[in-house]
Design a protein around this ligand. Structure first.
Ligand SMILES: Nc1nc2c(ncn2[C@@H]2O[C@H](COP(=O)(O)OP(=O)(O)O)[C@@H](O)[C@H]2O)c(=O)[nH]1
Ligand SMILES: [Mg+2]
Length: 391
């Protein structure tokens, strides 16, 4: 497809929510001429004669009867115009309708990014960025937008071209170490608070998130459903799930809550098992709570007793949901469990299942000396996925 015969695309770049201004990008050979048939500049210079970088104020109208809308149009490039109109859906949808009638192809912002980016990983990073829940997550995703992971994969491909399989293998391994961090850049890690009834799970959740999210009652079996609260720990997004206390019960509703608690534990990134300092009986713990290999065990209510006998050889922390003692340590320990290696700024981090799978597969192929196949997988990772042929 020659440059002039490619379509002209129109896309709304701002979110479909309330906002002061909405931005529409018009991109392609007809961008200026199409916009000119609706946009009337109030200044001497019209859009057709404006230099790249010029910003014009004017009216967008369908015909002479149309009172039109005052807005700002910027000539971003020879073949690219940005229209900044009133925010919300109405104004932008009306303009899109006009552009579509005039022959532009209306696409989503995701398709717009995919069209713009030659590098598929950078495109994925730009798509992921709006899902970053914290500044920390956004900063690491920005590094990937600026090519941290793409450069690393390019370097690994070069090493394979030079048949330095050993170094390439090591570099893949060290990137994969950050796969767990990458998962948390676009969605919070899930942490389940579990344990017997009345040990203070709901109280601890409230103490960590800083408000009364869960009902606390001196009555075993209060929490029935799984209850979620999202927050940030040391700048990392996490979702806590408070669960029903696990015990044998004849109550059908409570039993259903316990089944949900057990299911939540299976899919969690980390399970925090709570014990009661005033009634410490880890040996009597339900089988489902004992069989968790990487759970974090916490003894709560340490304010109630002076001598908590924490079993030896166990990595147990002490907290009080009432006085707040030990909660800062608990938060640091949770973060250390989720992210054993904190990434430095600029660290290449794989953040989509596509990237992690490709890295894992290429590592496996290198184990059996299939450098060519590994190189193919890594190069494919960088290429746009479903771009139309350019010929
Ligand atoms: N003294 C003391 N009481 C606590 C602590 N945590 C919870 N409790 C009390 O223990 C009871 C059960 O708490 P709750 O959070 O509902 O326990 P859950 O059933 O495990 O969710 C309530 O009366 C709480 O006020 C704590 O750290 N110290
Ligand atoms: Mg509870």
């Amino acid at each position: 497809m020659t440059n002039e015969s490619r379509p002209t695309f129109a896309a709304v770049l701002t979110p479909p929510a309330r906002g002061a201004i909405a931005t529409i990008s018009v991109d392609g050979p007809q961008a200026v001429s199409t916009s000119c048939s609706y946009f009337h500049s109030i200044g001497k210079i019209g859009l057709a004669d404006a230099n790249v970088g010029r910003i014009l104020v004017g009216t967008w109208k369908e015909d002479e009867q149309d009172p039109g809308e005052e807005l700002v149009v910027a000539r971003v490039d020879q073949q690219r115009v940005e229209i900044h109109c009133h925010g919300g859906m109405q104004a932008s949808q009306r303009i899109l309708q006009h552009l579509s009638t005039a022959g532009c192809e209306v696409i989503s912002w995701q398709e717009w990014i995919a069209n713009q980016e030659e590098d598929a990983i950078i495109a994925e990073a730009r798509l992921a960025l709006p899902h970053a829940a914290t500044q920390q997550a956004a900063l690491h995703l920005l590094d990937q937008c600026q090519g941290a992971l793409s450069r690393e994969i390019n370097d690994i491909v070069k090493l394979l071209e030079q048949t330095d399989i050993e170094t390439a293998r090591k570099r893949i391994e060290s990137v994969l170490q950050f796969a767990q961090v990458g998962k948390g850049l676009t969605q919070p890690w899930s942490i389940v608070l579990a344990g017997p009834p009345n040990v203070g799970k709901s109280s601890l959740l409230n103490a960590i998130v800083g408000y009364e999210r869960a009902i606390v009652l001196d009555m075993p079996g209060t929490t029935r459903d799984v209850l979620h609260a999202t927050t940030a720990l040391d700048g990392w997004p996490v979702q806590f799930s408070d669960t029903a206390g696990i015990r044998l019960t004849a109550d059908e509703l409570e039993e259903a809550g316990i089944a949900k608690a057990k299911a939540a534990m299976q899919t969690a990134d980390l399970v925090v098992v709570l014990h009661d300092a005033a009634n410490l009986r880890p040996d009597e713990l339900d089988e489902s709570l004992r069989q968790l290999p990487s759970a974090l065990h916490v003894v709560n209510k340490i304010d109630l007793t002076r001598n908590v006998e924490i079993p030896e050889a166990s990595e147990m922390l002490g907290t009080s949901a009432v006085t707040g003692d030990g909660i800062a340590e608990l938060i640091s320990t949770i973060v250390a469990h989720l992210i054993p290696d904190l990434p430095e700024p600029g660290q290449p981090i794989p953040f989509t299942p596509r990237q992690v799978t490709a890295l894992q597969e290429s590592a496996k192929l290198l184990d059996t000396n299939q450098a060519e196949a590994a190189m193919n997988i890594l190069s494919t990772l960088l290429r746009p996925q479903s771009k139309p042929n350019d010929d």
